[in-house]
Design a protein around this ligand. Structure first.
Ligand code: 5CA
Length: 445
């Protein structure tokens, strides 16, 4: 992409309405535009990142055996009456009336819709286990939408729903998602700590929130410092439905959660002090990027979602639901990865792989070298962003750093005359002079 043809409305000043750094940087980098409180348009750069995050989430859901569907944003009130949540959900639900006076709502979550799909089509235990997920916009009329996309009213969520014949199966489905989540967040360059959590309006008795540690987070958290050091090592864990694989998943999850970690709602100070030596006790704040629930028959019972078991008798299915805040993750990643100059995208979600800065557009040698670099990087799939504008060099450097492009190739007539270009690493800030060919080789082109 040539910057002169792109739509990147960067802001020089930090907008006053943004209280935390990720919100400030998303506005300054021209990623989003607020339309109403907690409701945003996603501009090209922001949408690119959002789509990349969604792609990683999708790959890991698919790998775990979950199947993608797409449920509507607008749902009928009747389904929610069946589960008794229509009244219980309260003011957070955006209620809509259509021209026939039928009651609709903008879905805040989709347990009812997916249970309806299940009960319509699934009859036998042989069709289990089943896990259906979608990546779809949700609406919650939050009292205090704030921090940009972190607590929006309209937000993009990945929500998965598992169906199993018995509780042991459902607990295994929970562990599969648990493992898929750790893999997902690791690929996104995040260290997400699973914490025992409250279940709120979703219900159930077993729940973990996945929290990235950040001082601006909305959740208070207590945890063993072991989580600051332990990387998830589970990339080889199998998602097969064999007893051996199930046992492996149980052991891996239990091992990972053996150290203490809890949100303030579930925190038990006496246990914390008994289990964690004083020097390893940490109290801080975090951002909830995922939340998983096991709730048994809470929805299958009232909504009649059952299958015929091996003995010919009807069994109500055991369910769980599993959310990831896809749009929240954009802000969460920025909170975890930025410096004074701007965003530092992890490679997996960077909107462009390489930035090319032409220090003197109009200079024949500089233009030719930039074009050569652009073509080579484009061909190699490195998705280059070429700043071919007539801005000053300083402004170009500032924009590339602000929008967080991981590798930047700086090309100008003076360097070219000496046979070199500069290659900059956004994270370390290191700048090195080398030949254009050597730079392109390093960038995989
Ligand atoms: N049905 C369950 C699991 S699918 C559910 O709705 N869980 S949730 O309420 O915990 O939401 C799942 C994830 O969506 C959260 O972990 C959070 O990352 C994200 N999320 C929730 N509310 C918002 C919001 N207002 N703005 C941005 N992201 C949100």
């Amino acid at each position: 992409m040539r910057l002169s043809r792109y739509f990147l409305p960067v802001l020089k000043e930090t907008p006053g309405e943004a209280a935390i750094v990720s919100h400030q940087l998303m506005l300054r980098a021209g990623m989003i535009k607020q339309q109403s409180a907690g409701i945003y348009s996603w501009l090209p750069l922001g949408l690119k990142v959002l789509n990349k995050i969604a792609a990683v989430v999708r790959e890991e859901q698919d790998r775990s055996g979950a199947l993608e569907i797409l449920m509507p944003t607008v749902q009928g009130a009747d389904l929610w009456r069946e589960s008794s949540r229509y009244d219980a959900y309260g003011a957070e639900m955006l209620r809509i009336t259509d021209r026939h006076d039928r009651e609709l709502l903008f879905g805040p979550t989709a347990e009812e819709v997916v249970t309806d799909i299940f009960r319509t089509h699934v009859r036998s235990y042989r069709d289990l286990p089943l896990n259906l997920y979608n990546i779809q916009w949700k609406f919650r009329d939050e009292i205090r939408p704030r921090f940009g996309v972190m607590r929006g009213r309209e937000f993009l969520m990945k929500d998965a729903y598992s169906f199993d014949l018995d509780e042991a199966g459902a607990r295994d489905a929970y562990r599969k998602m648990f493992i898929a989540y750790l893999r997902t967040f690791q690929r996104l360059g995040l260290r997400a700590v699973p914490m025992r959590a409250d279940t709120g309006p979703i219900g159930g008795d077993l729940s973990h929130e996945f929290i990235i540690l950040a001082p601006t987070g909305e959740s208070g958290v207590f945890y063993d410092a072991a989580y600051e050091e332990t990387d998830w090592q589970g990339s080889a864990i199998s998602f097969d439905n064999t007893d051996e694989a199930r046992t492996g998943r149980e052991a891996a999850v239990n091992d990972f959660i053996k150290a203490y970690a809890a949100t303030d709602e579930m925190h038990d100070q006496a246990r914390f002090e008994a289990e964690v030596p004083a020097e390893r006790r940490r109290e801080g704040r975090g951002i909830e990027v995922g939340h998983i629930f096991f709730f048994g028959t809470k929805y299958s019972e009232p909504m009649g979602a059952k299958v015929t078991g091996p003995d010919g008798k009807d069994v109500k299915v055991q369910m769980g639901s599993y959310g990831i805040g896809v749009s929240r993750l954009v802000g969460g990643i920025i909170e975890a990865s930025h410096d004074d100059a701007g965003i530092i995208w992890p490679d997996a979600v960077a909107p462009f792989g390489v930035g090319i800065i032409n220090l003197k557009p109009g200079d024949a040698a500089a233009d030719a070298a930039c074009q050569q670099a652009y073509d080579a990087l484009d061909k190699a799939g490195r998705d280059p962003l070429y700043d071919d504008t007539s801005e000053r060099a300083g402004a170009k450097f500032a924009t590339m750093d602000l929008i967080g492009i991981p590798k930047q190739l700086i090309i100008g007539p003076r360097g070219l005359a000496a046979g070199v270009v500069e290659l900059k690493d956004r994270r370390s800030g290191e700048r090195r002079e080398l030949s254009l060919d050597a730079a392109l080789a390093e960038l995989g082109a």
